[in-house]
Design a protein around this ligand. Sequence first.
Ligand code: AMP
Length: 355
Amino acid sequence: MTLPPGSTIGIIGGGQLGRMLAMAAAQLGYKAHIYAPDLDSPAAEVSALFTRGAYEDEGALARFAASVDVVTYEFENIPVAPLDAVVAKAPLHPPRGALEIAQDRLAEKEFVTSLDGRPAPYAAVDNLADLQAALGRIGAPAILKTRRMGYDGKGQARLRTADDAADAFDALGGAPAVLEGFITFDAEFSILLCRAQSGEIAFWDAPHNTHIGGILDRSEAPASADLAPGIAEASAFAARLAEALDYVGVLALEFFASADGPVFNEMAPRVHNSGHWTIEGAVTSQFENHIRAICGLPLGATTLAASRVEMRNLIGRDADKWLDILADPTAHLHLYGKGEGRAGRKMGHVTRLIR
Ligand code: AMP
């Protein structure tokens, strides 16, 4: 189904990803309608319409879906069951099933394994005895991660030795978790793809990502040539995964580049922080192609617009340096309109193109 310009795109979630989606939608002549629980919404600030509602409120979600032409989401921790009310009224892309899998680290790893992908060695942990048994099998060092609601390194505890088991379990508050073996990696990269309603898949250059304290610090594209074999293998896997889910829209998969090949870390069924460089650094951005895909339009070219592109996140007080950043006339500054630069909060990003 092709939506003509003038149609309204419903976006569940009101953060910076929704903001950049709404701006891409506007460029193509669409209106954005944001649905989010908070009054302060970086996305609503740049959108034609805003509904304030809880993610659990099926009635409000149904009214919202009935008022738009297609629905997408920019936040992956929304409860899945109330989305039935949305699907009854409007097409939802990416599919509900992708969200369901991405929300649960255990389901995600099982799904990846079923498609011949390779996650870190893992085991489900519901209690301390499970954790001790899992450590016996996987060994230390390892990372205990909550199954649900983890992001940017939150909901994680590192275990240097098996003696850290009780502390790690307590640190997660006893929530259902997964133990992961610690992967020794040369680099981290992500696969960013967009799948159209026709089934066509477009890949951007896979960025090399550097994290600090579990939060993305910078993404650089293209990644160095020594990562190419791992990226090729990971791309083929990502295409299998997108097809298995009958996916529509942008999908991001994060990998560790290890000596034994790419190890899957996690997937995000949405536009992704490691793809922000595509706004200026690719012929078509992840945001525009997501809008194109969900509206049934042909995809735009994903090729690099420069020989090299670097995106740096502005976290917390980093954003206070906006005037210094602008002193470089080639820097593309993006600020998300968030008030206070609290520690760990993503306030904006800067992209530089090297021609
Ligand atoms: P996550 O929130 O799962 O993406 O984890 C945040 C960061 O922690 C990753 O980007 C890695 O730098 C690191 N990390 C997570 N899991 C592992 C692992 N199994 N082995 C080594 N490093 C990890």
